[in-house]
Design a protein around this ligand. Sequence first.
Ligand code: ADP
Length: 638
Amino acid sequence: MNAFWSLSRRMLRYRAALLGALGMALVSAGSMGAGLVGLLPVLDKVLGKDRAGLPELATRLNESSWVAGRIPPQLIAALPEGPVTALVAMMLGLGVLTVIGATGNFLHVYLSLTLVNRTIAGIRREVFHRVVRMPLAAIIAAGGSSEPSTGSSAGGGGRDEGGPSTGVGGASDTVSRLINDCNGLGQGLNALLSKAVAQVTKGVAALGAAVYVDLRLTLAALIAGVVAGVIIRKLGKRIRRASRAALESQADLYGVATEALQGLRVVKVHGAERFEAGRFHRINKSVMHELNRVRTARALASPLIETLAVFTFGALAVVMGKAILDNHVDPSEFILTMASLGVAGGSLKPLTGILGDIQTSAAAADRLAELTKTRPEPGHDLKLPKLARHAQSIEFRGVTFHYPRSNRPSLSNVSLTIQHGETVAFVGPNGSGKTTLLALVPRLFDPDPNVGGQVLIDGRDVRLFSVRSLRRQIGVVTQETILFKGTIRGNIAYGAENATEERIIHAAQRARAHEFITQLTGGYDAAVGEQGLTLSGGQRQRLAIARAMLRDPAILILDEATSMIDADSEAKIAEALQEFSRGRTSLIVAHRLSTVISADRIVVMDQGRIVDVGRHGELMKRCTVYRSIAERQLLSPG
Ligand code: ADP
């Protein structure tokens, strides 16, 4: 609940709207209370107890201590006579009160919703801000699976730009928090501000009216209220605990479904529909189980309170009936007190549901608060020195790395030094750690703390420098080019928004992309979808190369496409990369024979270790791992 309150405190930032909303709730409730009290003389009239006309009523008012003779006698004399006229005038007065109350009510809800929407938009913005700055490892850890998703391990799909899969589980859990939990919190804040405040003020106003009319009756009812309150609190606690568990398993449900549908090709090809359906079924059942745990508490809340209320009212009716028969109590007062208490009960009753809503959203608030507390990626401290442009070497020194929640190291004690300007090809079976090793250079991950070794650029540990200055020097081209929604130009200039048109076109030309871009309708302004579905794999990779070239990096990290790319693209990509790698250090996860043959060195990896380093000819002779890869996995042109 603490997280809920601390997040709802953000509404204080919009003080004017908050005060307005609360003020309007008071106006709305006040006019309702006044209306209830105003019913007393009306009842007297209807029950025939008071036959006085307007002049007499005004005279009586004038004698009361409130008005104290402020109504001028001329006005009293001008008032029409007759009890019915008086009744009409009273009803008109109540009508005016009702309109004031309704206006107050409208403004209260209007202002509350404005406030809640703004607060939630602010929280959503901040959470997203945090999430994109979160270390990749934290997002993977949020997923709860120790292995990469079936989608990425079973055949090339699902790689994120610049490194190993973020794990669909982790990403979908984070997305679910961002969207669903913000909505949930919004509902809670709304329940708190517009519903709870309105109901409480109305309930209090009605209680005030009841106290004004008859104190004893009201006190008795209040005691019953306290008893009900205690019960509600108990139920609320239960609901909150179970709701959190249900929300969590719903995120799992989302994860499994997303994973299966994103990897649907793989699922189908492997005939794993039954397996996926089974997995979904198990989690679905546990969601139902969690929801059923709140069932009793939710179902019990309303009937319990209602029964309590009826018993209390019954007891009061007996006591008061006797008092009326003995002429101790006036019947209009009795009716009005009961009516006011009824209104108070009616206003306070929805509070159980509203409190339930708030409790439910407290679970969402807890999860959001966890996100806002995650520490951002290290290396963004402005005090850190800038890393000078790489000009000598890149060194992995005894590097060991575990993915979060994985007990097998993905890299163990890897040491390798690469000279500036060298082109090094990395080969090895799937899962041997090539992508992971290269992801350590731009610090998408860091070696295990303390014992995990170091990554050094020009002899300097990358962890001691600002991560921006490091990443600025690195161009990354992955197998699957992630194209963001927008234009071709925007995608090339991604992360370099200030790039001039001239530089963008120049980069596209060098990436051998200019020609196909100008043939598109719209040219550089052509829109690409979220997945850029209208472009071929080869074209997308050339866009990625242009994107990397625009940054003029000192280090190029390239994950070659495993799938066949049309021969024309293939040749152009090779040409572009050859030109691009001149004067830069290139690290390539190689899948093509032509690439390994032209590389300065080939590093062979297996099970997270380097097993050999050399040129193609030597390795073919002496390294069995390499030979089997070269024979089975490397794609030869044509
Ligand atoms: P390669 O690029 O050689 O195919 P990777 O670097 O992708 O290999 O993977 C190395 C090891 O790390 C594999 O055992 C793989 O299962 C594991 N791995 C990769 N990504 C993740 C992840 N997100 N979470 C947990 N383990 C992972």
